[in-house]
Design a protein around this ligand. Structure first.
Ligand code: B12
Ligand code: SF4
Ligand code: SF4
Length: 372
């Protein structure tokens, strides 16, 4: 019945799992101990580590977990001009956290209605301290693949996950077993990752992942990773784009998660760099893009513009040199160095000045390599 209700609410998959201790908690803590979480310090806080081992830390009376998956758009329009950036598919439409949360609350209400009494619930999505992929596996929604994504057979990996803790015991829909990995000898995702972020199959070093660098990381992007970021300005989908399980996937994606506009699916880097504060708030309103800030998005745009290799990017990069935030100017300087554009003589910020020295070096190396 719950699976039926979940379907009516638009979820693509739903399952019921009994509340038991997590089985892969040691993999989580060893991942943190290796430093693979980078600057996401919140992941190592006791309030995030303990509930991942024991869901009852989130709802003391919990007896059942409902795990759900919502599919989003797999399509990828072809870029029109040289100065087009890329936003990861999950972030092009309505913020999935909001969509998922509203649906989970509606599901809880319907369950209470059917049971005829109030039910204590706790909806969880993404930021909640839950090993979401493990629970989705245990509910039989799919398997964790070498790219660390939960792949739901038939839907692929372009799905977001959510959970609902309930204080009522409900018969499970799945045998609560961790499925066998189904990647076989394939290594396409590991080979395609441009920043070589996979330490091994199933293990991602977030510090090298474009998704982390463009969304979660707030500092100066390491020089050696900048070129590999390509034109991604928010997130990255490469290790999913190459996956054969996505090539054969079907299912209508959730309409609310479809790209909000052409500019969300194919962002024009020049137009995006020129948005004022109000326009930026409009563009990111109720989208997952809200996870970043305008200066950080401009930092990412500067890198992407440098990586277009197009001299047409020079005027907008020159305009970014006037940004009040040093983080934006620094990356604009780097991009101008790469494109051989005019560099400023000086900058009030010492880190930007150091970047200027480096940019002059790359510019002169590039010039000396050009044929006379
Ligand atoms: C931190 C985080 C990130 C980090 C680190 C990602 C990572 N792979 O660890 C960064 C910022 C890089 C990131 C990127 C992305 N993320 Co993210 N992220 C999270 C978050 C908040 C925690 C993940 C975590 O705990 N990582 C630590 C590792 C150790 O844990 P894990 O990923 O759960 O890995 C499990 C398995 O790998 C397994 N495992 C380990 N070794 C082995 C060995 C074998 C043989 C097997 C089978 C399994 C296995 O054990 C782990 C524990 O259960 C979750 C939400 C949540 N609360 O879980 C979303 C979440 C994982 N992200 C999500 C998404 C959509 C993305 C992106 C696709 C966004 C994008 N397009 O840019 C990318 C994908 C990059 C990638 N290949 O993972 C979705 C994934 C949905 C799915 N289908 O899997 C989640 C579940 C959010 C959600 N509610 O939907 N993310
Ligand atoms: S999201 Fe991109 S950068 Fe991150 S692991 Fe996948 S391919 Fe590599
Ligand atoms: S690309 Fe290959 S190895 Fe990677 S997740 Fe897909 S099937 Fe598994």
């Amino acid at each position: 019945m719950i699976a039926e209700l979940a379907k009516e609410l638009g979820f693509h998959r739903a399952a019921i799992v009994p509340i038991e201790p997590a089985r892969r908690h040691d993999l989580y803590t060893s991942w943190l101990a290796e430093g693979y979480g980078g600057g996401m310090a919140y992941l190592a806080e006791p309030s995030h580590v303990a509930p991942r081992a024991n869901l009852r830390e989130l709802l003391a009376t919990a007896k059942t977990l409902v795990v759900v998956a919502l599919a989003y758009d797999r399509d990828n329009p072809i870029p029109v001009g040289a100065l087009t950036g890329k936003i990861a598919r999950y972030a092009r439409g309505e913020d999935y956290h909001l969509v998922m949360r509203d649906r989970l609350v509606a599901l809880a209400d319907r369950i209470a209605g059917v049971l005829g009494h109030p039910v204590a619930t706790r909806p969880c999505v993404d930021s909640a301290p839950i090993l979401e992929r493990e629970w989705a596996e245990r509910g039989g929604l799919g398997f964790v693949a070498k790219n660390t994504m939960l792949i739901a057979p038939g839907l692929g990996s372009y799905v977001v996950l959510g959970e609902l803790l309930l204080d009522v015991a409900i018969e499970p829909t799945a045998p609560d077993q961790l499925p066998k990995p189904r990647c076989g000898s394939c290594t396409k995702c590991l080979d395609a990752c441009p920043t070589r972020a996979f330490v091994d199959a199933y293990v991602l070093d977030a510090r090298r992942c474009i998704s982390y660098l463009t969304i979660e990381f707030h500092g100066v992007i390491p020089r050696e990773l900048r070129s590999a970021i390509g034109t991604w300005i928010f997130g990255c989908d490469i290790c999913q784009e190459v996956c054969p399980f996505n090539a054969g996937a079907g299912g209508e994606p959730e309409p609310l998660l479809r790209p909000r506009s052409g500019a969300h699916a194919l962002p024009d880097l020049v137009a995006l760099a020129a948005l004022n504060g109000n326009q930026y708030r409009q563009f990111t309103k109720r989208t997952a893009l809200r996870r970043t800030t305008r200066p950080l998005l401009r930092r990412n745009i500067a890198i992407a513009l440098g990586n277009t290799g197009s001299p047409e990017a020079i005027p907008v990069l020159t305009a970014l040199l006037a940004d009040p935030h040093a983080i934006v100017r620094l990356h604009a300087v780097w991009a101008l160095g790469v494109l051989g554009g005019p560099l400023p003589d000086d900058d009030p910020d010492p880190e930007v000045r150091a970047e200027l020295t480096y940019a002059r070096e790359i510019a002169s190396t590039t010039r000396s390599q050009r044929p006379p």
